[in-house]
Design a protein around this ligand. Structure first.
Ligand code: TXA
Ligand code: MG
Length: 315
């Protein structure tokens, strides 16, 4: 059944065929994943990949992640190494992305990884994106379904709001469970986290020799823009309160309910806070607040990923 938003579709056999058909014809579709919603297109198709960059207004130097159903399909395009298999067995399908060497005979279009010799690959766990991947014989280049530098979408309506009529098909897969983007691990040399996420360094360290200076050290990934994840209004971090009734993002039970207070997690649960972050940023923007003040969020565990996104949003 179609929702009131004409480009949002619920999951059933007929709509699955429609999505698959769109992708085969090199069009783009938006799909739910467990992290955030993605804007997917055939990673082997120049037309599809070009359109992803165009629709997102994404600079061509910022590479895309390629999504597969399983390692068997990925094996055709990238060199899978020992560290990869250790992490794959434990975490996939799931919220983790691996940067690996591209095979010389790989069919992935060169624009996908900004002409680098590496490709970032991921195996998402959301059942809808898995059904789609199972029914196509090419991988999906799929960045988050938002305009470049803006906040990632965590429900179908976010995607519809972002691209309006410019996107024809969005699968409704409910609210994204995790709510922030996957952990990105570079496995081309010594394993190294280049984007923090819900899968934490200590979990990776149990399986591979992870290269880390300290948990707060600078994390860089190519094409990472200084400004990113931005709701488009000024954000002030590590604040004790908001000024002039502007929005105040809080964390923990000591913050009472208030019209301009937005608590990421009353029970001080960082996982819950991560899952609420983008929804709260979008809500504040919609309510037309002019500024966002944010309380100090602990810089440990998933808090590192939250602080990473907030810092870039504040830039
Ligand atoms: O959770 C996610 O990863 C979501 C969902 C939709 O799967 N996708 C996502 O894609 O966050 P995007 O395009 O918003 O972020 C891709 C990240 C960027 O930080 C980019 O620099 C990095 O992956 N990346 C892509 N290819 C790379 C490569 N070859 N080497 C290093 N980093 C790469
Ligand atoms: Mg993104």
């Amino acid at each position: 059944m179609k929702n009131i938003y004409s480009n949002i579709f619920s999951f059933n056999k007929k709509n699955l065929n429609k999505a698959v058909d769109f992708l085969k014809r090199e069009y783009l579709v938006s799909l739910p994943t467990e992290t955030v919603y993605g804007l997917g297109g055939n990673a082997y198709s120049k037309k599809a990949v070009k359109n992803i960059f165009k629709l997102k207004k994404r600079p061509s130097f910022n590479p895309l992640i390629v999504h597969y159903f399983s390692f068997k399909e990925a094996n055709k395009d990238v060199v899978l190494n020992k560290n990869f298999f250790k992490l794959y067995k434990k975490f996939c399908p799931g919220p983790i992305t691996f940067v690996l060497k591209k095979k010389t005979n790989s069919r992935i279009h060169s624009l996908v990884s900004a002409k680098l010799k590496t490709v970032a690959i991921r195996f998402p766990s959301h059942p809808i994106v898995r059904s789609v991947l199972k029914n196509i014989n090419f991988p999906l280049a799929m960045p988050s379904a938002n305009l470049s530098t803006k906040v990632s979408p965590v429900c179908a309506k976010d995607v519809s709001d972002e691209f309006k009529k410019n996107i024809r098909f969005i699968f409704d897969g409910g609210n994204s469970k995790i709510g922030i983007e996957s952990t990105v691990v570079d496995l081309t040399k010594k394993p190294k986290i280049i984007r923090p996420g819900i899968i934490l360094p200590h979990a990776l360290k149990k399986l591979v020799k992870l290269y880390v200076n300290n948990e707060n050290s600078k994390i860089v990934s190519p094409g990472m823009l200084k400004k990113h994840y931005s709701p488009g209004i000024p954000i002030f971090l590590n604040q004790k309160d908001s000024k002039n009734g502007e929005a105040f993002i809080t964390f923990g039970k000591k913050y009472k309910n208030n019209n301009n207070y937005f608590n990421l997690s009353k029970k001080s649960d960082l996982k819950e806070a991560a899952s609420n972050l983008y929804r709260v940023l979008r809500k504040i923007k919609k309510l037309k607040f002019k500024k966002i003040y944010v309380v100090k969020i602990p810089k440990k565990g998933i808090g590192i990923a939250i602080n990473d996104r907030l810092k870039k949003a504040a830039n």
